[in-house]
Design a protein around this ligand. Sequence first.
Ligand code: FAD
Length: 408
Amino acid sequence: MQKSHGRVLIIGGSMAGLFAGIALRNCGWDVAIYERASEELAGRGAGIATHDELYTVLRQAGVTLRDEMGVRSLGRLLLAADGAVVGQITMPQIMTSWGLMYRFLRAQLPDDCYHNGYTLSDLVQRANTVTAVFEDGRRAEGDWLIGADGTRSTVRQRVAPEIPVNYCGYFGWRGLVAEALVPPAVLETIAYRMALCLAPGGHWLGYLVAGPNDDLTPGERWYNWGWYRTADAARLQDHLTAADGTHYAQGIPHHLIRPELVTALRAEAAAQLAPQIQAIIAVTERPFIQGMLDLGSSRLVYDRVCVIGDAAFTARPHIGLGVSKAAEDAMSLAAALSAPAQAATLVEWEQVRLRYGHAVLDFSRDLGSYIGPAPVTAEQHAKAAYHQRPDIFMAATAPSDPYRWLKL
Ligand SMILES: Cc1cc2nc3c(=O)[nH]c(=O)nc-3n(C[C@H](O)[C@H](O)[C@H](O)COP(=O)(O)OP(=O)(O)OC[C@H]3O[C@@H](n4cnc5c(N)ncnc54)[C@H](O)[C@@H]3O)c2cc1C
């Protein structure tokens, strides 16, 4: 039996935490994942565009992939507001769902290393150990602690409280609707391509993903869509406020979104989006809202604490790279922690991942440069115009070849 390198505590049991758990166990570490949610996370259904790099990293970590990891998309299709198809490109890509990826990764780990219902509140570092302190007073000790706890990371707030989480000046209306509810004539046009539409103040996009229980059978899948809408902080606050006046700053539950906002969304869609898209929004019973946030780090290693995934860098979703980045952060960190020259390798890991994180963040900001606050300088105007060019918009949104676009 392989001798353990030691014990790693991982805070956050979503994408980055699961990737880290799988990779570290493969390298011979004893792993304990602590997740705030008290039940399985699989309820989140939204779509995830993927790239070959993600599957390469998973194979390198010894993971056997499913025959089908999602719905195969052939490329992109651009719709004008009158419904005409005004652009089309080929870009083969697998569109998976958050739930399918979560369940697939979770199944790679034994239950005894995954602990639900643990909310980190503090951490204490000593020379050779680190202690996680949870809200209910429970504690856990390890040789290393990894913050994989997302955009509003408690770990990052403890080690680098100065890093701001930025509101980008826009939010996304998002929807997940049963494929069977989408009118067949609409589905015929858009089924096997990511559909895109440019509208004033933000674009719309949609694609098919696995349905309930990760079903990929035609007719049983979900159609996933998002519409980015410029909104100042006051407008976002209004959208995150329920009918009883309660404000849900970190995200409003679907069922509490005020009905008049959904009515207004449908009316705006009727005025600005292609009729095919209006039909999809019309059959989406419960659209939901996500404020768009981004952040970047200047360090990833703080003595015995490392930060990865969205906790380290949250890029805007237009780049569609968050899951692959989380996987690469995690797999390369596991290799660095396991290397004979651990200290030097960790320094190198931090430099490489910081460079990558900043490149991803910068490109995601470029992709969102025409959404949110209006451009002011000539350079900003030029950037916004460039990224709305139909050829660039179709090729650069959640691309299958992200490395082509990143300034590394
Ligand atoms: C609209 C939208 C569309 C996107 N589309 C794509 C796409 O097409 N392709 C793609 O690759 N990526 C996409 N992303 C990004 C992707 O979803 C994220 O980058 C990825 O999920 C990050 O994973 P993570 O594990 O780092 O963070 P998260 O998924 O946020 O997980 C953090 C986990 O930590 C837990 N946690 C938080 N605080 C604590 C605490 N104190 N104690 C214990 N646990 C805690 C949380 O409950 C959560 O489970 C999209 C994101 C958005 C918002």
